[in-house]
Design a protein around this ligand. Sequence first.
Ligand code: UGA
Length: 438
Amino acid sequence: MKVSVVGAGYVGLVTAAVLADQGHEITCVEIDEDKVDKLKRGQVPFVEKDLSKVVARGMRHRKLSFCTNLKVATEWADIIMICVGTPTRDDGYPDMAHYEAVVDQLCECLTGPKTVVNKSTVPMGTARRVEARLRSSCSQPDTIHVISNPEFLREGTAIHDMYHGDRIVIGTNQLDVQMQMMELYAKLSSPVHICSPESAEMIKYASNAFLATKISFINAISELCEVTGADVEEVAAGIGADQRIGTEFLKPGLGYGGSCFGKDVQALISTCKMYEVPFGIIESTVAINARQPYRLALKLEDALGKLDGREIAIWGLAFKPDTDDMRDARSLDFIKFLLDRGAHVRAYDPAAYSNAFRLLPDVQFFMNPYDCARGADALCLLTEWQEFAKLDLESVRRSMAHPIMLDCRNAYDANKMWQSGWDYSCVGKTPPKTLTSA
Ligand code: UGA
């Protein structure tokens, strides 16, 4: 099938590359000429496991190409997938400017028959509204269909998720379009869930909001564990063993970050306001998440007595491992707290250095974790990169001014850390001794 994918961001590029790998003819349309030039030379503009390999394979087999001309790409394709960003407006509602700009252009050049697929996360009712609009400017209106087909790709494992997703949601009531989409995804083994466009749009928001709520729930439980002497990991394993709850997304830490959860939860809250539907649980999810970095940073302040003038080393800045993405990273709030209290902050991240550098002008950056920790008064692990599990922690501890570690992702075995001379603190576990004042 011939597919034009509009937008070469995380979602667009991964979708385009995998569909090309499955034998479809894909043109990825991107407004940014510089990005298109780089992609044509095989350069992927962000860190995503295996993506460069799959993009290169698609280009080699002449199944994947890049261009800037939406009109040409639209005329050529059977299916147009819109994968542009819908960031958050000041009032919490999705900013539809990029999406609407694409629709405006489609209005000018769309002739039937075409299927327009919304992969961008858009408010409930968008597919139906845009279908009516596109049809009104087209000579063969009945051959234009707009459907919702949300993505569930996680950064860092997006290629894997695309091949092995838990489900493919196809939001259209039109039988022939359902068949067309099933043919498009025929080589993927994921079960297909067919529903109305509004339900598909809601599934995307509700999925992200539910996952964010699970994370905030376990983070609130972790605080309770610390004051009651329970161990949050034992608790998470115990409740997760109930298949109705499941073990996924019950990992306590610094809170959820990234470009999706915060944005989609805010969108749901503004939708609730718009329709006057009370939904307090989701507001609590946001409040717990906002508090978590400060709650953990206060532990460090307790350990050190004061933060003013202290040298604090940070391992990990990206919002999660295996990405260089700093959007809404919890590390930013955590570090701001330290800087506001007068601490000197130095940091190391395996991949996010260039993105973090712009956002954290008052932080000193190091190119390896050992140099970053040397001489520091305390070390904080903020992103659980695999690399940190393999380091020689004994030599790190000996190189520091004080052996204080705050592990905000429970990346290390707490019992081993407490036995090996670290003044170690983590999330939702009570240490056998409190962190001592340095
Ligand atoms: C998320 C969803 O997981 C995807 O299904 C969805 O498609 C995507 O948003 C999107 O809407 O595009 P992503 O933001 O890439 O994917 O990352 P996640 O793996 O979901 O992690 C989000 C945040 O939650 C990270 O900061 C992570 O550290 C945190 N997290 C995750 C926890 O603190 N605890 C957990 O148990 C899991």
